[in-house]
Design a protein around this ligand. Structure first.
Ligand code: R5P
Length: 271
């Protein structure tokens, strides 16, 4: 099997089929598969970033034109999946449009820890999780599992099932980007593990840690598949009461004393 990686995942340690990319003077993107891949099985690996959908579509076509046999388009992280329904009149359901474009490629698509269950309706797509791998790196503790919002309850429950422990849910509201939470359950000093699909601004995690501490949580750990850490998320999280965060390297994350980054190339290739 040969792998072809787009720029969005060039931080992954998987050797890639060579691709030439350039822009025409008008700004149009040009891609060409340089190697001879005729009749070779190819897995294309690419995140969907906020701006690279065209590149992904062109790469898939370039592989087809070069005679490669596409086994799968593997997407470690897909942006736009939080835009999965209309919240305000007139909004685009961007996540659905991305899925529609991918579906029309008519190739098998594999997506890791897709945020939205609403988007998981296409039979061509396979949905995989990295969480089962990431939790192997946790210290041995009797964690109570915490879902930081209703949408994450299924995900957190699946982790609780593997760890044979119980799950509790925080109620989260987001208004104009500001997160507010309610939770009232005495945790009697028990260690907790917040399970999430992604850490973006860190607001969810920080507010969750505050409310859990208010309710007498012991040590606070977090496991999340994708570490976006936008803006000053890392600095804010550093000041919080979170002891350790485990994320995968679906996105290029710099590890720190607080943030452990688990390499998942093997899982992406095998799962
Ligand atoms: C929300 O529904 C997601 O599962 C994450 O909790 C959220 O996207 C994290 O974003 P942030 O770090 O900005 O709170």
């Amino acid at each position: 099997m040969k792998y072809l990686l787009t720029n969005s995942v060039k931080h992954l340690h998987i050797p890639s089929v060579k691709v030439e990319r350039k822009f025409f003077p008008e700004g149009e993107l040009y891609v060409r598969v340089v190697e001879n891949i005729k009749n070779r099985p190819i897995t294309i690996v690419s995140n969907i970033t906020p701006t690279n959908l065209l590149e992904v579509l062109f790469i898939v076509d370039a592989v087809k034109q070069a005679g490669g046999k596409i086994k799968s388009l593997t997407i470690p992280f897909m942006s736009y999946a939080r835009q999965d329904k209309m919240q305000k009149y007139g909004e685009a359901i961007s996540g659905e449009i991305i899925c529609f474009a991918l579906k029309n490629l008519k190739i098998p698509v594999k997506i890791f820890d897709l945020h939205s269950d609403l988007l998981k309706k296409d039979f061509r797509f396979k949905y995989r999780t990295l969480l089962s791998e990431l939790i192997k790196k946790l210290p041995r503790k009797n964690f109570i599992i915490i879902a930081p919002d209703k949408g994450g309850l299924k995900r957190a429950s699946a982790v609780a099932k593997i760890l044979k422990t119980k799950v509790l849910m925080i109620k989260k509201k987001r208004k104009n980007g500001k997160v507010s939470m309610t939770f009232s359950k005495n945790l009697f000093g028990k260690d907790v593990l917040i399970v999430d699909d992604m850490i973006s601004t860190g607001a969810t995690l920080i507010e969750a840690s505050k409310i859990l501490k208010k309710n007498n949580a012991g040590e606070i750990y977090c496991v999340a598949s994708h570490g976006l850490f936008v803006k000053n998320a890392r600095e804010k999280i550093k000041k919080s009461k979170i002891k350790k965060i485990i994320v995968s390297n679906t996105l290029p994350v710099k590890p720190s004393d607080q943030i452990k980054v688990i390499r998942v190339e093997k899982v992406l290739q095998n799962k």
